[in-house]
Structure formats: structure tokens, C-alpha cells
Design a protein around this ligand. Structure first.
Ligand SMILES: Cc1cc2nc3c(=O)[nH]c(=O)nc-3n(C[C@H](O)[C@H](O)[C@H](O)COP(=O)(O)OP(=O)(O)OC[C@H]3O[C@@H](n4cnc5c(N)ncnc54)[C@H](O)[C@@H]3O)c2cc1C
Length: 398
């Protein structure tokens, strides 16, 4: 029988021996190290333990995309997503935290020697970032960002509010998307910049206050509302002036493939749990897995997961081949996250009342899958990107 969750045994051209090795390493790590921690800490909304982050650093999970000469594994989006899919089967926040190295290494600032040292530290999980793009009034439309950066001598001075900054406390720096505070010609749009504000791990930066937002899942780390009050950093902490939005967009392309991977992992974990439960649970004198209603649900769930996985493999292949993949990454993010919500919900249904308890991890997969439709660009924003590609931007006729 084909083992759909073990593509090594299926006729898939994408799976090289190296890829199978890294996937199996992540699978074993998830089973041994991540799932037990998630089962213990998710119910109490606890944070990912530093010791787990340290172990992930030793395995190179934060530096999959970091070039070998900078201390990373020098691999591609494909391997990155393979690992993320496995980790998400344990705890979505753990699959997410690897992005705090992999996605951020291109935005390390400072002189060459310093950048090299920081990249090596990042690959080991010792220099991790948080992203502060969203604001109370700015979500899908990041071009309306209002947090401002004023140039004062050889410093940037950052002032404003940010919302939804995950890992603001645990990270070593926060990348803040700002509009540049400068005189504008009438009708001109403000230029944007990303500024990295470094800080001690476990604290907010000096001049920043805030509090965690009471969310309904994605436990393992906190998501913050932040206020920046005239925070001063050297000019070298800023990226290219005027490039803030553009570099945020580049950041999001691989991020969306990574979100698809997390969605697929959650759905796979929910399916596996539902299959185990359906075989054990007896009603009307037979296992519920005998009932066609349950069998067809499982067949549909597995098919949807495999379709999303194959689209993800294709997207990663395009990214790694250096071809533009903006539309494909929107497609896979949209398809996989919608699929994950459906599949985790169906898994919960298969467990009946047991699914609606915290005694089984399916409720966690369901809560976390719900988020994948919202962050890294909502489903509606992905549909908009895909439709714009097919139809062109909407035009008004008058
Ligand atoms: C748990 C969590 C963690 C997060 N972590 C981070 C983080 O670390 N850093 C960070 O910067 N952000 C983070 N975010 C923010 C996240 O990226 C935003 O929530 C997301 O981009 C949507 O923005 P919004 O919530 O303001 O919704 P809005 O933009 O207000 O959208 C509301 C609704 O309107 C729809 N909509 C908006 N515009 C359009 C349009 N043009 N066409 C059709 N429909 C539209 C949306 O799809 C949605 O259904 C996080 C969010 C959550 C919930």
C-alpha cells in the first residue's frame, strides 16, 4: 500500500535521499521532543522551553536557508517546508519559530564581519527575530503603516504602535516596518523602511512597552501589542530607505510556502489521530471506521492533504529554481490553509464528543489551523493576488 505520509515510498521525483533524511530527522525530533512538550504546555498556554530551542539550533533548523559559508545548512525552501510540516504535527508554534532564523537572515544589519557572526548565531538559534509589520489600524493594507521613523543625526528614532508582534519578548531583535517621517511633496506617498531594534532576550527593547494579546490558540509564544516611544537606534539598524514594503513582500513569499507547510502538518496530524481513534472506537458493535460515513471522510481528508502537499512541493521547487512564484505561493497558502481548517474540523467530528475536549490534541490542531487562514495574508488577500494575476487589477468604467 502507498504510504502517503512517507513520500519516500511513493513515486515522487522531488524526494532525494538528502530530503528524506532531513524529513525523517524532523519527524523523529517531533515525536520525541515536540509533541510531549506541546501536550504539556499548550493547555497551560506555556512558552516553548529554551532547551527545545537550543536542540533545534543544534540540528540546524534555524539555518536551513542560511548559506553554508555563514554557518547554515545552505538548503532550499523545499527542505525548509519539509521540516516545518513535520514540526507542525507536534506544535504549530515550534514549526513557526524556525522562521525567526530562516526568514530573517537576509535582513541582518551591520558591517560584513558583524553580519557573518550574527548569521552563524542565527543558524544556531542564538540570534532570532520578531516581525512588527501589523498595527492596530493596519493589517492587510500594510501600505497604510503609521509607525514612523525620524532621522536624527546618526540615529533613527522610532515612534508609534504595533499590533500582533509574535515573539516580541523572546526574540533578540524586532524588525519594525515604519514610514519615514520626512517632508512630502503634495500627493507623494511616504517612503517605508524596516528597522531592526536589538534587545536582550526575554525583555522588550528600552523605550518599548506593551502587553500580550489574549488569543485563542497559537500557544507556545506570546503575541504582543507594542508602543514605541522615541526608540533610538543607529542608522545601520535600518534597511534600504524606501524599500520597507518591498522587502516585507519578499519576506512573505517563502513565508507563505512555510505557512502552507504548517497547515499541511496540522491536517496530517489531525488525520492520523482520527484514523487511530476511528479504529478503536466501537459503536453499534463495530469500530466506527467500518461506517462508510467515516471511511469517506477519511478518504476525502487524505486526498485534500496530498493535493496541498504536492502543490507545496511544486511551489518550493519553483522558489528554489529561482523562478517568480508569487502567484503559486498565494495559491498554496490559500489552498492549504482552507484545507487545514476543513480537515482538522472533520477530524474533530470523527472523535465525536472526545474531539471537543482538551484530552485529545485534535482541538489544538483545529484551533491552530484556523489561524493559518488569517496570518501571512488572509485567504481573501491571497484570492485577490491570484485574481489580479488572472484578470488584471479591477478597472472602473464611468
Ligand atoms: C495570532 C496572530 C499572530 C500574528 N503574528 C504577527 C506577527 O508576528 N507580525 C505581524 O506583523 N503581524 C502578525 N499578525 C497579523 C496578521 O498578519 C494580520 O492579522 C493579517 O494580516 C490580517 O490583518 P487584520 O487582522 O488587520 O485584518 P484586516 O486587514 O482588518 O481584514 C479583516 C477582514 O477583511 C478582509 N479584507 C481586508 N482587505 C480586503 C480586500 N482588499 N479584499 C477582500 N477582503 C479584504 C480580510 O480578509 C479579513 O477577512 C498576527 C495575527 C495573529 C492573529
Amino acid at each position: 500500500m502507498d504510504d502517503l505520509n512517507h513520500p519516500a515510498t511513493a513515486p515522487l521525483g522531488y524526494m532525494t535521499e538528502e530530503r528524506i533524511m532531513i524529513r525523517d530527522l524532523a519527524r523523529e525530533f517531533t515525536r520525541e521532543e515536540v509533541t510531549p512538550v506541546a501536550n504539556r504546555l499548550d493547555p497551560e498556554k506555556g512558552d516553548i522551553p529554551p532547551a527545545l530551542i537550543e536542540k533545534m539550533g543544534e540540528l540546524g533548523f534555524f539555518g536551513i536557508l542560511i548559506p553554508e559559508e555563514l554557518g547554515g545548512l545552505g538548503l532550499g525552501a523545499f527542505e525548509y517546508c519539509l521540516v516545518a510540516e513535520e514540526l507542525a504535527q507536534g506544535w504549530m508554534s515550534v514549526a513557526s519559530i524556525i522562521a525567526r532564523g530562516n526568514s530573517f537572515h537576509v535582513d541582518i544589519r551591520g558591517p560584513e564581519a558583524e553580519r557573518r557572526t550574527k548569521a552563524a548565531a542565527m543558524a544556531k538559534g542564538h540570534y532570532l527575530g520578531a516581525a512588527a509589520f501589523s498595527e492596530p489600524q493596519t493589517g492587510s493594507d500594510l501600505s497604510s503603516v503609521s509607525c514612523r521613523a525620524r532621522r536624527d543625526g546618526d540615529e533613527w528614532v522610532v515612534t508609534g504602535s504595533k499590533y500582533w508582534c509574535t515573539f516580541a519578548d523572546g526574540a533578540d531583535f524586532i524588525m519594525v516596518l515604519c514610514r519615514i517621517d520626512e517632508p512630502l511633496a503634495p500627493g507623494a506617498r511616504a517612503r517605508t523602511i524596516n528597522i531592526n531594534i536589538e534587545k536582550p532576550r526575554g525583555q522588550l527593547p528600552k523605550g518599548v512597552s506593551g502587553s500580550p494579546i489574549p488569543k485563542i490558540g497559537y500557544f507556545g509564544w506570546k503575541t504582543w501589542e507594542l508602543f514605541f516611544d522615541e526608540v533610538r537606534v543607529p542608522l545601520s539598524a535600518g534597511g534600504v530607505e524606501g524599500n520597507g514594503l518591498k522587502s516585507t513582500g519578499q519576506f512573505l513569499e517563502t513565508a507563505r510556502a512555510h505557512t502552507a507547510a504548517r497547515s499541511i502538518g496540522l491536517a496530517q496530524a489531525a488525520l492520523d489521530h482520527a484514523i487511530g481513534y476511528a479504529k478503536d472506537r466501537v459503536q453499534f458493535g463495530e469500530p466506527i471506521s467500518n461506517f462508510q460515513a467515516i471511511r469517506f471522510k477519511i478518504a476525502t481528508m487524505a486526498t485534500e492533504i496530498e493535493a496541498a502537499r504536492q502543490l507545496m512541493y511544486h511551489c518550493c521547487h519553483e522558489i528554489d529554481s529561482g523562478r517568480p512564484a508569487k502567484t503559486q505561493t498565494s495559491m498554496v497558502k490559500y489552498f492549504a490553509s482552507e484545507m487545514a481548517e476543513r480537515v482538522t474540523s472533520e477530524a474533530l467530528q470523527i472523535l465525536g464528543g472526545a474531539g471537543y475536549t482538551t484530552l485529545h490534541p485534535v482541538e489544538r490542531f483545529w484551533r491552530d489551523a484556523r489561524l493559518t487562514k488569517i496570518f501571512e495574508g488572509t485567504s481573501e488577500i491571497q484570492q485577490r493576488i491570484i485574481a489580479d494575476q488572472l484578470l488584471g487589477r479591477p478597472v472602473k468604467v464611468n
